[in-house]
Design a protein around this ligand. Structure first.
Ligand code: AMP
Ligand code: GLY
Length: 420
């Protein structure tokens, strides 16, 4: 099977690695545009992945059997629709179904129609509406921009002025604002493969969204993750499948916008039960690095069956009993300011349990340079979280990149048994 993977992040590198690990021949994988790490493993092509016609022409010419879309931008640009209309199997929802991620208000409407548990929220289009909603829900305040904001659209704060300022920033850009009830509890990311009708769960993971240790600092795209979550109650995955993923996919099908691809359920386990905080229409980054690191079932078959409406015939994917931890290395100033391109060294790893998923790297005459943002994810696997943490942190400590930073407490609580 010839597979084209779209994207250039650590998520896409993890997808490529998982395809290879579970049996796909690297010569059958192409990644567009890829990055400095991906290009060391498979062929990469320079392609504008947000241009539906360009992607379609390339995939037709290369006779791709499957296109896997990593990031949200090509989904929103309608790349899946163009590929599907050309008869190419594509793992990634249509532009219309991807609105589940792009519009938080649309997601709330779908959840209301499908009776999916989520936090109470109010849509606001003016500062005075925001003020009233903040007053109604009380502190801590949760304010979300209703649109793609690269992980920076959400603020959770007890500072009312900061909540108002955040709302103002996005209102002045013409976006709607959602003020939400604060949900207290552990966060879980649970991915489902969806073929429009059937959903198949992967293994739960936890993401660390804040920039600094002890969940301090601004929200980011994600600074680390681990999987599985041993502290989850028995039956958690089936409960989310029956109560969240299936009703959502059924409601989207009923509306004529079937969801084919990865349904990312962002959940909070509150004292009153499971609540959805967000949906994404794609694999999460960095959760994918740990979830797919543990996958034993061939990934190409799973993605192809999802893309071609055949998930009903799929048994639940198998995962290793080993645990996986990933720690993200971010460039100086992330997520607030961007850093100049800099050389990065120390990426050689001589432990088979550790691998590096590249994100913002590029190869220049045999030297690796970083291009800002989240630079890479170190991913490790072990029998215990203690060992997996040790392996990941040993590898990341060897990496040299001026001004870079990473969290030192990824999977610390679960290692110490404090999440039970
Ligand atoms: P989102 O982009 O909606 O996933 O929000 C980013 C992060 O903000 C989440 O991962 C949570 O840590 C936090 N968050 C979002 N909504 C809520 C909420 N209603 N209550 C508490 N924390 C939230
Ligand atoms: N790690 C969160 C996300 O991918 O949206």
């Amino acid at each position: 099977m010839k597979i084209l993977v779209l994207g250039s992040g650590a998520r896409e590198h993890a997808i490529v690695k998982a395809l290879i690990r579970t049996g796909t021949d690297p010569s059958n994988i192409t990644c567009a545009p890829g990055n400095g790490g991906i290009s060391q493993e498979v062929k990469t092509v320079s392609l504008n992945i947000n241009d539906p016609d360009a992607v379609k022409a390339w995939a037709l010419d290369a006779q791709s059997d499957l296109v896997v879309i990593g990031p949200e931008a090509p989904l929103v640009a309608g790349v899946s629709d163009a590929l599907r209309s050309a008869g190419i199997a594509v793992f990634g929802p249509s532009k219309a179904a991807a609105a589940l991620e792009g519009s938080k208000a649309f997601a709330k409407d779908v959840m209301a129609a499908a009776d999916v548990p989520t936090g109470m929220a109010r849509k606001c289009t003016s500062v005075s509406e925001v003020e009233q909603a903040l007053e109604a829900f009380g502190a801590p305040y949760v304010v979300k921009a209703d649109g793609l904001a690269a992980g920076k659209g959400v603020i959770v704060t007890s500072d009312k002025q900061a909540a108002l300022d955040h709302a103002n920033t996005f209102l002045s850009q013409g976006m709607e604002i959602l003020v939400e009830e604060f949900l207290d509890g552990e966060e879980v990311s649970l991915f489902f493969l969806a073929d429009g009708i059937t959903v198949v769960p992967l293994s739960p993971a936890q993401d660390f969204k804040r920039a600094y240790d002890n969940d301090e600092g601004p929200n980011t795209g994600g600074m680390g993750a681990y999987s599985p979550l041993p502290w989850l109650p028995e039956g958690f995955v089936s409960e989310v499948q029956e109560g969240v993923a299936l009703p959502t996919v059924r409601e989207l099908a009923r509306q004529g916008t079937p969801f084919v691809g990865l349904l990312y359920c962002g959940l909070i386990v509150t004292s009153k039960g499971i609540r959805v905080i967000e949906f994404n229409a794609r694999f999460g980054d960095p959760e994918t690095q740990v979830v797919l690191r543990r996958l034993l079932t061939p990934l190409s078959g799973l993605l192809h069956k999802a893309a071609t409406g055949q998930l009903a015939a799929v048994l639940e994917p198998e995962f290793s009993k080993d645990v996986a931890v990933t720690v993200v290395l971010a460039s100086e100033g992330y997520p607030v300011t961007s850093a100049p391109d800099r050389e990065i060294t120390g990426l050689e790893v001589n432990d088979i349990h550790v691998e590096i998923a590249h994100a913002a790297t590029k190869d220049l005459d045999g030297k690796l340079f970083t291009t800002g943002g989240r630079v890479l994810s170190v991913v490790s696997i072990a029998k215990t979280f203690h060992k997996a943490r040790k392996r990941a942190y040993k590898a990341i400590a060897n990496i040299k990149l001026e001004g870079s930073h990473y969290r030192t407490d990824i999977a610390l609580k679960v290692d110490e048994g404090k999440d039970d």
